[in-house]
Design a protein around this ligand. Structure first.
Ligand code: SF4
Length: 310
């Protein structure tokens, strides 16, 4: 009797696929990720010749993907730079401390594990039921900056991606009353380091697919038992929902962050509203005041403007 073998599900989209199709999809995703990261690095001059880049590896999918993709990009990069992975073991109960060293050794990546029991500090200082993330992040940041100095790292690479950046902008607008996002590159608040986010153009769903394809040893981010920030969870779900309904919207929001028209916002520190006078000279690039497309109702053909085609 003949038996029919079901094709294995693809790790890229969990649909049955033949192996050649899977390899094709993985290759396509790989090219897209390399292109987007390369573009972000170039656009913001994130990595320069001779840099020692400290990649913060939490064990989650994003930081795993960041390290993995930077390693392969370094091989074909036009400039030479160093990569070193750093994991901060915060002594959360059940943290599988052998996982990352074994993985990094197997891949031949130079690494450092920093052992600091921030978990106990946070537990002691934050009242039961309140979110621990703010203090935890502050402690982590200080430790990572210190480690970067000790290692002589010139750049600190974080695994935040496009969706983190869009969600942060909306969070700050909705709850903080300010137009402030998450920059792709910034000087650290201690003034001594440059922090970079090479995944700035990458969609989280693509990182999920890449992590599944590469079978990274993921360490769950829930070991501390802390609940995720509910507001962030809600905004993230909203952005994902928008993206499903209107593909390209997240890329458009990201583009908007890089295309600020100061004269059409309301910050007098950025534009001299109080001293503004009519110049008497027409400006072809100037305000159209009441044109239809100023309210976002541009012709459907013009939307969405994709940052990156698949
Ligand atoms: S989820 Fe846990 S480990 Fe992550 S920032 Fe919050 S308290 Fe810290």
């Amino acid at each position: 009797m003949n038996t029919v073998t079901e094709p294995a599900p693809s790790v890229i989209d969990n649909q049955p696929r033949d192996p050649r199709r899977q390899a094709f999809e993985a290759n396509k995703l790989s090219k897209k990720l390399h292109r987007q990261i390369g573009q972000a690095i170039a656009d913001f001059n994130m990595i320069e010749a001779g840099d020692k880049v400290m990649v913060c590896l939490s064990g989650g999918k994003d930081s795993h993907a960041l390290l993995d993709l930077l390693l392969s990009m370094r091989e074909r990069a036009p400039v030479a730079f160093e990569l070193v992975a750093v994991n901060l073991d915060q002594k959360q109960p059940g943290f599988p401390e052998h996982v990352l060293p074994e993985y990094l050794r197997a891949r031949g990546v130079p690494f450092h594990i920093e052992n600091q029991d921030t978990y106990s500090i946070v537990k002691k200082l934050v009242p039961e039921g309140q979110t621990m993330c703010s203090l935890c992040s502050r402690l982590r940041r200080g430790i990572l900056y210190r480690v970067a100095s000790e290692m002589g790292a010139t750049k600190i690479a974080l695994g935040h991606h496009r969706d983190d950046m869009v969600v942060t902008l909306l969070m700050n607008m909705f709850f903080g009353g300010r137009m402030k996002g998450m920059p792709p590159k910034l000087a650290s608040d201690d003034g001594r380091h440059v922090v970079i986010r090479p995944l700035a153009y990458v969609a989280e769903t693509d990182l999920e697919r890449w992590a599944a394809h590469r079978a990274f040893p993921i360490i769950p981010c829930s070991l501390c038992g802390n609940q995720d920030n509910l507001q962030r969870v809600q905004i993230k779900a909203m952005v994902r929902d928008w993206e499903r309904q209107y593909p390209g919207r997240s890329d458009n929001m990201l583009r908007a962050m890089g295309h600020v028209v100061r004269s059409h916002l309301m910050d007098p520190k950025l534009h001299p509203f109080t001293t503004l006078r009519a110049s008497g000279v027409p400006d072809p690039a100037g305000d159209k005041a009441f044109d239809d497309d100023d309210d976002g109702c541009a012709s459907p053909a013009a939307l969405p403007i994709r940052l990156e085609q698949g």
